[in-house]
Design a protein around this ligand. Structure first.
Ligand code: PMP
Length: 360
């Protein structure tokens, strides 16, 4: 059975060389006679893995020394709670930018702890664009400003990061971390569930500026306190060992492939090909405003649900899978993370053109 082109929003494709290396090492990791899954998280072999993963990510993203890298669990969804639990000051004020489903979930969770102020929103146009965020919108007393850099469901992305001055910028980067070069020093916290550009589900990466650690109240459980994990080097309890190992392999693979500069070049190239095909099409349209378009998640719609269904069926027969759009947007959505080869996008656009020609 051949591998297919999997356009899933996550968990999603992993680089084949990474899967093959994991397969090769699966039953006997580095002569230990064990798989990574069977290694103690306190063993020397696993210590090398987790330290290697951290260094790999630091090198790729050029993470400054005054930032900690944490390997946690609970998904990005757990960060929706950990961020306010750890960052809120006595005023309990936090500013949020509402750019869609995941922003709303982050806000809803924060409302348990914080006085949430929505400083900008694209709800008026069904989240089809990224609103402007300027410094004067930000409450100088807010403990942080939260944004979702890439909106997985709506297919929008911040093309430049807002300047939040002295108020820390917190970013949910789940669906576009490692897809392009970014300046980590502009952020207070970056967090991401691993299951798109990093590795398998079960691992959550948090990059946090050191001065933001250690402010959680006494009532915050140890597992939800950044300080616990920072002090213990992400080994307070058993981390998701195999997922950390896979992430390390992915980081090494990205480095060997030319780093984030090269990821960005290829991602732009892939996205341009698909957007151009949609623009030139008389059948498919993009619901997203041009200047807010994501490079990672690209929704497109046809005039009817029947046409969508026929397209999805034909695509499946060509090994193009998981293209059904999110129910809130409808139509199709192609998630084209780092591991989706250009060939996958080329096969998709070839089929779109063929389908359109035959669909009269
Ligand atoms: N934020 C964004 C932008 C996402 O795309 C997702 C998952 N698709 C989440 C948060 C939730 O992540 P998790 O399932 O890891 O909790």
């Amino acid at each position: 059975m051949e591998r297919i082109f999997n356009f899933s929003a996550g968990p999603s494709m992993l680089p084949l060389p990474v899967l093959e290396q994991a397969q090769k090492e699966l039953t006997n990791y580095k002569g230990s006679g064990m798989s990574v899954m069977e290694l103690s998280h306190r063993s020397k072999l696993f210590t090398d893995i987790i330290e290697g993963a951290e260094q790999g990510l630091r090198d790729l993203m050029q993470i400054p020394d005054n930032y900690k890298v944490l390997f946690l669990q609970g998904g990005a969804s757990q960060q929706f709670a950990m961020v306010p639990m750890n960052l809120l000051g006595p005023d309990k004020k936090a500013d949020y930018v509402n750019t869609g489903s995941w922003s709303k979930k982050a806000m809803k969770e924060a409302e348990r702890f914080a006085d949430v102020n929505v400083i900008a929103s694209s709800a008026d146009k069904n989240f089809t664009y990224i609103p402007e965020v300027s410094k004067d919108m930000i409450d100088p007393e807010a403990s942080y400003v939260h944004i979702t850099t890439n909106n997985t469901i709506e297919g929008t992305a911040f093309r430049h990061m807002p300047d939040t001055g002295d108020v820390p910028l917190v970013a949910d980067m789940s669906s576009n971390i490692l897809s392009e070069e970014i300046d980590v020093s502009k952020f207070g916290i970056i967090y991401a569930g691993a299951q798109k550009n990093i590795g398998p589900a079960g691992l959550t990466v948090v990059i946090i500026r050191e001065d933001l650690i250690g402010h959680a109240g006494e009532d915050v459980p140890a597992m939800l306190n950044y300080k616990t994990h920072s002090d213990a080097g992400s080994l307070y309890n058993t981390p998701p060992t195999f997922a950390v190992y896979m992430a390390k392999l992915v980081f090494e693979y990205i480095k060997e492939s030319g780093g984030l500069k090269e990821m960005e070049r290829v991602n732009r190239d892939k996205a341009e090909l698909l957007y151009l095909t949609i623009e030139e099409s008389g059948l498919f349209t993009s619901p997203v405003e041009k200047k807010s378009r994501s490079l990672m998640n690209i929704p497109f719609v046809s005039p009817s649900e029947e046409t969508d269904a026929a397209f999805l069926e034909g695509a499946k027969q060509r090994g193009l899978e998981t293209l059904k759009g999110h129910r809130s947007v409808g139509g199709m959505r192609a998630s084209i993370y780092n591991a989706m080869p250009k060939e996958g996008v080329q096969t998709l656009v070839d089929f779109m053109n063929e389908f359109e020609k035959n669909h009269k």
